[in-house]
Design a protein around this ligand. Structure first.
Ligand code: DAH
Length: 360
């Protein structure tokens, strides 16, 4: 009898102080398991007289029920506590800045950035993007663009030629993006309004020239486009690109075989120390070549020059990047030095938009 009261006290105390679910399970096994203390008491019933069994049996069963209930209650408490601790440990503060991932550490090269910027600007003006191959035919790179055979302008391009094929034709690495104009005109009828960004190649290397560089070509052909449209489009582009409200431009007569008249465009700037600012100052900086597409080019590309007309322009993307982002040595662009890219590169999530700002 004393046994039962003591066992009850001890068992309930152990249940109450079990620190976690594993400890509680050990207590349960010690009391109610096959070899547990309460189970052992129950086993003594068989040896009792019927009267004893009646009274003792009731007490032992009551103890068993009490212990079971206490264990269940304690288990509920411990489970709730464990859940709470886990929730506290696993909380995620969604207002904290995201930890830097590999994606965040990567950088967009200034050339890609500037290409994205100018594509955004021209897309907003209704231009589509056209592309052509880096390996071109002599015909598309020169002849169709009105460079006659033997014309000195061909030599000025410092062309990388491939060995001639069995027909004697030499492929080449395109020296400018202008052959994409040819491809666009041959592929479809006006109205045409495209820009053609891409890689170009010339055998040349110094601080401002690399054998591989980038240009963007522009081409607009329809029945009415004139030089005034060319001036407007270039002014809008340059203002948007350099992110200035106003920008003075100067058109100088020039020569390109594929345009007539041909012009070079200078933009107003101020040179201060090593820095250059656009949209102010008294200095001029040459920025691009342009003109009205030569009737011979239209004809070579299957368009009737008495019906169609339009303008073209060509800009060096690397030069735009150097000017806008103050980079002085073009060769560094292609040295693949991660330290340079980390410094001059752009964050991948800051994609340029006209609404959100081009350069972030
Ligand atoms: N293709 C010329 C170059 O490489 C650039 C250029 C000038 C393109 C005038 C044009 C243009 O479309 O009209 O140097």
């Amino acid at each position: 009898m004393a046994d039962i009261a003591q066992l009850e006290q001890e068992t309930l105390a152990q249940i109450e102080t079990a620190a976690d679910e594993a400890a509680l399970e050990a207590v349960r096994v010690g009391a109610l398991g096959k070899k547990g203390a309460i189970s052992a008491l129950l086993a003594t019933l068989g040896r009792m007289s019927p009267e004893e069994r009646k009274t003792e049996g009731a007490k032992i069963n009551a103890l068993k029920d009490k212990a079971s209930e206490a264990i269940a209650a304690r288990r509920a408490v411990l489970e709730a506590r464990a859940l709470e601790a886990r929730l506290r440990a696993e909380t995620l503060d969604v207002t904290l800045p995201a930890p830097e991932s590999g994606f965040e550490r990567g950088r967009i090269h200034p050339i890609s950035q500037v290409t994205d910027e100018l594509t955004t600007i021209f897309a907003d003006m209704g231009f589509a993007v056209a592309e052509g191959p880096d390996i071109e035919s002599d015909d598309y790179n020169f002849t169709k663009l009105n460079f006659p055979q033997g014309h000195p302008a061909r030599e000025m391009h410092d062309t990388f030629f491939f060995p001639p094929d069995s027909m004697g034709n030499r492929k080449l690495l395109r020296t400018h993006t202008s052959p994409v104009q040819v491809r666009v005109m041959l592929a479809g009828k006006p109205p045409i309004r495209v820009i053609c960004p891409g890689r170009t190649y010339r055998c040349d290397s110094d601080q401002t020239h690399t054998p591989m560089f980038h240009q963007v070509e522009g081409l607009v052909i329809d029945e009415t486009t004139h030089l005034g449209h060319l001036k407007w489009a270039l002014e809008e582009f340059l203002k948007a690109f350099f992110e200035v409200k106003a920008l003075k431009m100067r058109f100088r007569p020039s020569f390109f075989p594929f345009t007539e008249p041909s012009m070079e465009v200078d933009i107003q700037c101020r040179r201060q120390g090593g820095e250059i600012r656009f949209g102010e100052g008294e200095d001029w900086l040459e920025i691009l070549g342009c003109g009205m597409v030569h009737p011979n080019v239209l004809r070579n590309c299957g368009l009737d020059p008495d019906r169609y007309q339009g303008f073209a322009f060509g800009v060096g993307i690397d030069r735009l990047a150097m000017l806008k982002y103050g980079l002085s040595d073009l060769r560094a662009f292609f040295e693949a030095d991660v330290r340079w890219l980390t410094h001059y590169g752009f964050r991948p999530l800051d994609f340029p938009t006209l609404a959100g700002g081009l350069s972030g």
